[in-house]
Ligand binder design. Structure first.
Ligand code: ARG
Length: 573
């Protein structure tokens, strides 16, 4: 089913292309937008003015022509040209009613599968091993997972790949440090904590002791050459780290299709680098091997260091080639913080030189700041992700308890888990991902603003309307209900319901879940306005059921939309 905005925009696009005699490069500018005021109908097309300029025509005349061509479309009831050349559109009430009836029958709520037949690799989370996951890692994990879910829902075959950093230079220090002053009991107790301690201490000592630094380098080389003792210890560190990460993933309901760490590509690097050199893509510079990217205006990409070692860059080229060979994806998405923009620009430039056609996207995000002081331990370390998640659930418990003190405690806890973790995820994803965000509990857990709890609460209240409906009227089955959309509030709600596919496509295409959260917030607000002003259960039979269909659709869209963001809904709150 086409989204309503598509239905209205398509004929406009066609007319414009007729006029131009060629296809429009960016049809986004030719889309209708929801009218701000019901006085102006449901949607407006505001593009006639700039278009008229482009075509050298009087704007009102052009608008009039557009209006004339839209005349007769079954979904429009009124078309009006206003002001300097606005085209105001009012949907046909009968059409709107029928359409709502159709979407009500559709399990997918009108959403098509535009991705069918194509696959996408999503490289996200990808933490470095031997370090606890800090709250800084949360954005890639949360955002990447939402992109994964949305793409799956849109029919793409998704390969979620956790590109864990298990092969970095940190292992030299870790190997030496652990042998010298590691504490095996502490490791068994909390491996990541102990490895971090060993690393920090080892690093500090090595700074002052060149011999130690040299030893760390030697051990790293021995590891890379396959020394069995080093290999064994390395494996122990990696395994323990992955086990700890898994606890977090499990808690957040996140799963990967593959976890291929950097080490996985190690055996391919030598041949890869030789190949690039042979093809003339890489050349020597000060003992290192680099790909010069002057044409692209980028600094050289070092693929073999002067000490002969390979690096992050080399591994990423190998990983890219491997993914293309194994999954033949239409695109590869890399979700990391903003600090890696240069790296990915270089990587993608190298890809073009190799002749890779696959769409490559770096989905970067700004840093998340926390209210000062509150999230640091006494020694200034950032709080571990785990602690942060605990805090979210604890605070959400208070919210749930305030709302509904009589609820069974185990149930309160279960609701608090959904609300707390949901609030945290939503607070992240509802922002422009490229801005630095400041996290605030009050805002994240607010029951009124653009937050997960607000949507969850709206959802829970919808479920309670249905519980009452079943109690009072014994019914519950709305099949066969004739929907009748009347009045401005109901109209606004109905068309917002029909916009769901549009905003979901947009969120996925721009890799910006905030388009979806903005939409869900708008939907819930429209619903709550409608609910507060119009009788539901007290309405006469027929009208009652018709309104309950809208109510049900709002609930299903909220549940589906939040689910795509990795957020669960409680049945009561
Ligand atoms: N491990 C890296 C980090 O923590 C992120 C890896 C992102 N993915 C990639 N293919 N480079 O910074």
């Amino acid at each position: 089913m086409a989204s309503i905005i598509d239905l209205l925009s398509r004929p406009i696009l066609e007319i414009v292309e007729d006029h131009l005699g060629h296809a429009v490069a960016d049809p986004k500018n030719l889309r209708v937008s929801p009218a701000r005021n019901p006085k102006f109908g449901d949607y407006q097309f505001n593009g006639a003015m700039s278009l008229a300029k482009q075509l050298g025509r009087p704007p009102r005349e052009l608008a009039g022509e557009l209006a004339a061509r839209l005349e007769g479309l079954p979904w429009l009831e009124e078309i009006e040209v206003a002001g300097p050349g606005f085209v105001n559109l009012r949907l046909s009430g009968a059409w709107l009613s029928d359409r709502i009836g159709e979407v009500f029958q559709d399990e997918r709520l009108g959403v098509e599968r535009p991705g069918a037949g194509r696959s996408v690799v999503v490289d996200f989370s990808s933490p470095n091993v031997a370090k606890p996951m800090h709250i800084g890692h949360i954005r890639s994990t949360i955002l990447g997972f939402a992109l994964d879910r949305m793409h799956r829902f849109l029919g793409f075959e998704v390969i979620a790949d956790n590109h864990v950093g298990d092969w970095g230079t940190q292992f030299g220090i870790l190997l030496v440090g652990y042998r010298r002053f590691g504490n095996p009991d502490a490791f068994d107790e909390d491996p990541l904590e102990e490895l971090e301690r060993v690393y920090v201490e080892g690093y500090q000592r090595a700074q002052q002791d060149p011999a130690l630094m040299e030893e760390a380098r030697r051990e790293l080389v021995r590891l890379q050459q396959g020394d069995p003792e080093n290999r064994r210890l390395w494996e122990k560190f990696v395994k323990a780290s992955l086990r700890e990460f898994d606890k977090i993933y499990k808690r957040l309901g996140i799963a990967f299709d593959v976890t291929l760490g950097e080490s996985f590509y190690n055996d391919r690097l030598q041949a890869l680098v030789e190949e690039l050199e042979k093809k003339g893509l890489a050349s020597r510079s000060d003992g290192a091997l680099v790909v010069f990217l002057e044409e692209e205006g980028l600094p050289p990409f070092i693929i073999r260091k002067s000490d002969g070692g390979f690096n992050y860059a080399t591994t990423d080229i190998a990983a890219m080639l491997y993914r293309i060979e194994r999954w033949d994806p239409a695109k590869i998405l890399y979700v990391t913080d903003e600090g890696q923009q240069l790296h990915f620009r270089q990587l993608f430039a190298v890809a073009r030189r190799i002749g890779i056609q696959v769409e490559l996207e770096h989905i970067w995000f700004g840093i998340m700041r926390l209210p000062e002081g509150k999230f640091s331990t006494r020694d200034g370390n950032v709080i571990r992700l785990e602690t942060f998640l605990d805090e979210a659930e604890r605070r959400a418990y208070e919210v749930v308890h305030r709302l509904n003190p009589g609820l069974d405690d185990a149930l309160k806890r279960e609701i608090a888990r959904k609300v707390g973790l949901g609030a945290l995820r939503y607070a992240d994803m509802s922002q422009n991902r490229q801005s630095a965000i400041e996290f605030r509990w009050e805002k994240a857990l607010s029951l009124e603003g653009n937050s997960a709890p607000y949507l969850q609460y709206t959802y829970a209240r919808i479920q309670s309307v249905f519980r009452k409906y079943r109690e009072e009227f014994g019914g519950g089955d709305l099949q066969g209900t004739r929907v009748c959309v009347e009045g401005d509030l109901e109209r606004k709600l109905a068309r917002t319901i029909l916009e769901f596919p549009d905003y979901l496509y947009r969120a996925a295409a721009a890799y910006r879940p905030n388009h979806l959260t903005d939409y869900l917030f708008d939907l819930a607000s429209s619903y709550n306005r409608f609910y507060q002003n119009v009788p539901f259960l007290k309405a006469p039979e027929g009208t009652r059921e018709s309104r309950l269909v809208l109510c049900d659709l709002v609930g299903r869209i909220i549940r589906t939309g939040l689910d795509l963001l990795g957020i669960e809904v409680p049945e009561q709150m």
